[in-house]
Design a protein around this ligand. Sequence first.
Ligand code: HEC
Ligand code: HEC
Length: 118
Amino acid sequence: MLVLAMLCLTFLGAQPPQGGGARPAPKNLKILKPDDVMRAMQGYRVGLGVRCDFCHVQSDFASDENHHKITAREMIAMTQQINSHFPPGEARVTCYTCHRAAEKPLTAPPAGGPPPGR
Ligand code: HEC
Ligand code: HEC
């Protein structure tokens, strides 16, 4: 496995620089593990229906200047806490569970929507 990783690194290192190149190691993680970052980020993007710059100052992913990133960090902790109450296994509750691809989840049915129970 390690050998494979090193081979990959050698291979990537041999590529000419292009569109961003290899990502630098994360330097401002308070919750996520480095290996989980990119998969998690895709989940947030899809879960909230936003782009990366909804939470991130452009071109500085480590920065905490964008207040949406601070809220998101609290939401990550909250979601982990919720999942800790389930029996061990896959995560049951994700960002999408509440957000459904919206920045702010609905907390009540939309006006004029279907009555409860239908
Ligand atoms: C809903 C908000 C949100 C969205 C959308 C989002 N991120 Fe993040 N991102 C975060 C939070 C919060 C952290 C810090 C996590 C932690 O502290 O463990 C983070 C951390 C990162 C880091 C690590 C930075 C460092 O050096 O510490 C990278 C890289 C990153 N995000 C890239 C992306 C990319 C690329 C996208 C789009 C595909 C994206 N993010 C979308 C909230 C978001
Ligand atoms: C249990 C339901 C629930 C889950 C799960 C959840 N959220 Fe939220 N989130 C909310 C609610 C409700 C709000 C709106 C709070 C408000 O209006 O002040 C919100 C608001 C937010 C906001 C602020 C949006 C804005 O427009 O300012 C961000 C960012 C966010 N959530 C990120 C996340 C991320 C990332 C995840 C997954 C790690 C997540 N949320 C999971 C319920 C949830």
